[in-house]
Design a protein around this ligand. Structure first.
Ligand code: ADP
Length: 396
């Protein structure tokens, strides 16, 4: 085994990690430290198809990384092959249009972008600083969710509000899930060789959900905005709404604008409409047992996703491929069908048998014979992109 990369996704209360070896091809171990900062904090290691969870005595981020280091030390073949650490960073603003080797200037840049990701970026900085302390000498790379969308043109990324907000404060659409979209674009190039790859629509549908239009490999539009709240209806986020609702909600409930925003981020979407759950699987089960609220929430999710895909197609010359990815996009045949049923006017249709029988975890073309667009299920792999970027930057 050689060239192992430790991939870290450090959030405010959780820290996901993985070690990928041999040019990212082999995933050696993965895991998550959860409920950090509480008394129930724990860390789970998934290694050789076995799971092991241990309670963290001190639920700090540092203790979580120390446990990862201890695990690596007890597997010296893996520890010795470690050549770098790749960090997922949510917001790179306009400063970062690609992945970078981390140094003091880069850390300052990530700190500056924290104004738009006040929960995420400070947690990433913590993860980076701890990793520098516990793995001294290992080069570290930052891979940004926003970077892939830096090719979007001003007429797409500007909000139609007074221009000084952009000039002075950089208020604009940034978009997220960029690492996933970059992976999908490259994977599509491998699997759809020989076909015209010019215009691609991608629906990354997970608990967070967004769409992206990709023209010849470059992002030309995406549904999320200055924060991930814009765009599609999601697990707990409302997605795009009339902004006046913010003030109506805060007046109706007697709460601050920030508290109203919290409702749009954490209590809306599938959860808010169904009043059952934000989890697609739970809602599908409820729908099958006849729950109308679950069906309404899922059908709203489908129609709003289809609308975003249709509007995004205006940035492309042709819609050659439509890709479903993310936990819902890869696994929910019900939602893939419901979304494509709303796209018939664009001559996008799928084969219902192929859609329902698509093997989990595989790349599959589910288009119907008459569809004008190739419709794909492609499992995303953000960890692989982070590992590959890290290898590429540390070997230069
Ligand atoms: P995120 O990374 O944004 O947290 P994921 O991409 O892991 O989210 O997706 C989580 C979503 O995928 C959940 O709503 C979950 O219910 C849904 N999901 C996972 N497996 C299935 C399945 N077999 N059928 C329907 N939905 C599924």
């Amino acid at each position: 085994m050689k060239d192992s990369i430790l991939v870290i996704n450090c959030g405010s209360s959780s820290l996901k990690f993985a070690v990928l070896a041999n040019a990212g091809q082999d995933s050696l171990i993965e895991g998550i430290a959860d409920r950090l900062g509480t008394e129930e904090s724990n860390i789970t290691f998934k290694f050789e198809s076995k799971k092991k969870t241990i309670l963290l005595e001190d639920g700090s981020h540092k203790n979580a990384v120390a446990q990862i280091k201890e695990w690596l030390n007890s597997h010296p073949d893996i520890a010795d092959s470690l050549v770098g650490i790749g960090h997922r960073v949510v917001h790179g603003g306009e400063t970062f249009s690609q992945s970078v080797l981390i140094n003091e200037t880069v850390l300052d840049g990530i700190k500056e972008c924290a104004q738009f990701a006040p929960l995420h970026n400070p947690a990433h900085i913590k993860g980076i600083e701890i990793a520098f302390e516990l793995f001294p000498g290992l080069p570290q790379v930052a891979v940004f969710d926003t970077a892939f969308h830096q090719t979007i043109a001003p007429e797409q990324y500007l909000y139609p509000i007074p221009m000084h907000f952009y000039r002075q404060h950089h208020f604009r659409k940034y978009g997220f899930h960029g690492t996933s979209y970059r992976y999908i674009s490259q994977r599509l190039e491998q699997v759809a060789k020989g076909s015209d790859q010019q215009g691609v629509l991608v629906a990354h549908l997970g608990n967070g959900a967004s769409t992206c239009a990709i023209d010849k490999g470059l992002s030309v539009d995406t549904s999320m905005g200055i924060t991930p709240l814009e765009g599609l209806m999601m697990g707990t986020r409302s997605g795009s709404i009339d902004p006046s609702l913010l003030s109506f909600i805060s007046q109706a409930e007697g709460i601050s604008a920030d508290a109203a925003l919290d409702i749009l981020n954490k209590k809306s979407g599938l959860l808010g409409v169904s009043e059952i759950s934000n989890d697609c699987r739970t809602l599908e089960d409820a729908m099958v047992s006849g729950d109308q609220r679950a069906k309404l929430a899922l059908d709203m999710f489908a129609i709003r996703t289809a609308k975003h895909l249709a509007s995004m197609s205006t940035t492309l010359e042709s819609i050659d491929h439509l890709v479903f990815t993310g936990g819902i996009g890869e696994n929910s045949s019900y939602l893939r069908q419901a979304i494509c049923d709303h796209l018939k006017a664009l001559n996008i249709t799928i084969d219902s048998t192929l859609n329902e029988t698509a093997p989990r975890g595989d790349t599959t073309n589910i288009s119907s014979a008459s569809s004008g667009t190739n419709v794909w299920i492609i499992p995303t792999n953000e960890e692989l992109m982070i590992a590959l970027d890290t290898i590429s930057l540390i070997s230069h």
